[in-house]
Design a protein around this ligand. Structure first.
Ligand code: 5GP
Ligand code: ZN
Length: 106
């Protein structure tokens, strides 16, 4: 899937509505439309990377940033504990091919 028909690129560019809870120069975070926990956020790099197996040299800063923002959001939404998850590949249940970190907290 290219950037042009990527749902998460459209959410980042605000061509598709979502409940955005955080944005900065590297990433955007919004509520999952089908939450599996009290707090279920998707933390998405602005850079279109289809899946973790496609990350390149130089993407380390972006990927580390996603985890830092997940930690900040878990605090903001008063999660007692939380899970951080990347589904990588269709076989693992990835349905949106733009990298996203699931934050699921209770
Ligand atoms: P994946 O299985 O690819 O790791 O997760 C994709 C996630 O995106 C799912 O949890 C699904 O509920 C969420 N999702 C799918 N379509 C939309 C949408 O249009 N808006 C939002 N906010 N989340 C979506
Ligand atoms: Zn995209």
């Amino acid at each position: 899937m290219s950037m042009d028909d990527c749902l998460f690129c459209k959410i980042i560019n605000k061509e598709v509505d979502s409940e955005i809870v955080h944005e900065d120069e590297i990433c955007v975070a919004f509520n999952d439309i089908n939450p599996k926990a009290r707090v279920h956020l998707l933390i998405v790099p602005r850079k279109h990377i289809a899946k973790i197996s496609n990350i390149e040299e130089g993407d380390e800063k972006i990927m580390g940033h996603l985890i830092k923002i997940a930690k900040d959001l878990a605090e903001r939404f008063e999660c007692k504990g939380y899970q951080l998850l990347f589904n990588v590949g269709r076989e693992a249940g990835q349905i949106i091919f733009h990298v996203h970190l699931h934050l699921m907290g209770n």
